[in-house]
Design a binder for this molecule. Sequence first.
Ligand code: NAP
Ligand code: F7E
Length: 346
Amino acid sequence: MTAKTALITGITGQDGSYLAELLLEKGYRVHGIVRRASTFNTERIEHLYRDPHDPEARLFLHYGDLTDGTRMTGLLEQVQPDEVYHLAAQSHVRVSFDEPEFTGDTTGLGTTRLLEGIRRTGLPCRFYQASSSEMFGAAPPPQDEATPFHPRSPYGAAKVYAYWVTRNYREAYGIHAVNGILFNHESPRRGPTFVTRKVAVAAARIKAGLQDVVHLGNLDARRDWGYAAEYVEAMWLMLQQDRPDDYVIATGASHSVREFVDQCFAHVGLDWRDHVRFDERYLRPTEVDHLIGDASKAESQLGWRATVRAPELARLMVDAELNVLRNGLAPGDQAAPTAVPAPAAR
Ligand code: NAP
Ligand code: F7E
């Protein structure tokens, strides 16, 4: 059987790096789209990269930006993927209040540009849209596939648009397009301005005597936090189904930001109250108060279930940061933290 070819947008991000690893392990040829930047933005996938002249190379990178529809269509034509995983987005909720138009252009319209490229080229590929629990926003928990959306940010609103355009292209043109509605998922590769990573880094650095305090915003918000390495497996499973559908992916448990902070600091023997200071700059004009995902559909139809919960996640993220401080490891080196076996090994 010929190996499948996947195209990943957002391959340099947290999820893109774990997904690339998973697909390479499964024997795929993986093509990734990378934004041109004046600095290197490929740190999370460096451990996967081989010189393209190497006959064994199966990971290929291409420059491209979601705002450039012609380029997206050109890459679809060139790569001829069997599966497209659309993960690229302006993904920071707080930043989306500062840059609402850019967020709509990338996080919202970026999806349309890719789907329109698939429609115009007539490629028989499958399409994964990275939808988000932020679409539920103010809807009371628990949230599942039937919960009405009530987004609370330009990011959430852009994701609702992208969700519906994905469903529309499925219904209108028969494209095998799915929405994975993923609740928060974290890892040592999480961007450093998201709260879990920010706190894990701070706890490790404070323990090491490199800083004394960390400034945070709303500690009362509750999130359903899972482990990113497990969540990318759900993305793959969704695209292996005969019929395209939409699935919530979550752990089914929620914790407050305060509880997560406490778990991180307690893991290094510190009392968070001695080191956390409030800064209103981290508040959002509208907050999402409480998310708990009901992933029973994914469990019954995909056979997928989260195994890593927030307390274990807090420990493994802090351990990874301590490791970085001790050994100078790069994000890619933390692919399979010793505390948690990689999903493929389970
Ligand atoms: P992330 O770490 O922020 O990665 C985002 C990726 O998108 C990066 O590779 C980034 O490139 C790329 N990107 C941003 N703007 C782009 C543009 N204009 N053109 C091309 N590429 C662009 O996000 P993540 O946590 O991996 O999340 C992956 C996807 O799932 C996102 O769509 C996110 O909104 C969604 N999602 C995430 C979560 C979560 O909890 N992590 C939950 C639900 C949904 P650079 O590396 O150059 O910045
Ligand atoms: O905030 C509170 C903040 O930025 C979590 C993205 O991946 O998940 C992510 O969005 C909570 C919020 O993630 C700070 O107010 C307090 O209530 O880590 P976050 P998010 O907004 O939930 C969803 C599912 C996505 O789809 C998004 O792409 O923590 N919080 N103090 C803080 N948050 C941050 N970032 N920084 C603080 O200092």
